[in-house]
Design a protein around this ligand. Structure first.
Ligand SMILES: [Ca+2]
Length: 83
């Protein structure tokens, strides 16, 4: 969902691109697998406290093509991390 959806919540929009998509959950998974527990906890707390709202900015949107490219990249890195 994007900024125009009334259920949009910027805290769930991990990469602050104006869209809440599976990519945001993958970012969390990727982080947790790729760094130490302490570092991932720190990172998660930072995300919980980050009140940046990309919907307040007109430049926060990304094209669907960019979204898919980013998702593809993250999945590849996640697969590498858990091998
Ligand atoms: Ca997002």
């Amino acid at each position: 969902m994007g900024c125009s959806n009334e259920d949009y919540n910027s805290y769930a929009d991990i990469n602050k691109d104006g869209w809440i998509v599976p990519q945001d959950a993958l970012l969390i998974g990727h982080k947790v697998y790729s760094v130490s527990q302490e570092e991932s906890e720190t990172w998660c707390l930072e995300k919980l406290n980050d009140d940046t709202n990309p919907c307040a900015s007109p430049t926060g949107m990304e094209s669907i093509e960019n979204q898919l490219a980013n998702i593809s990249k993250i999945i590849s890195e996640l697969v590498e991390a858990i091998k």
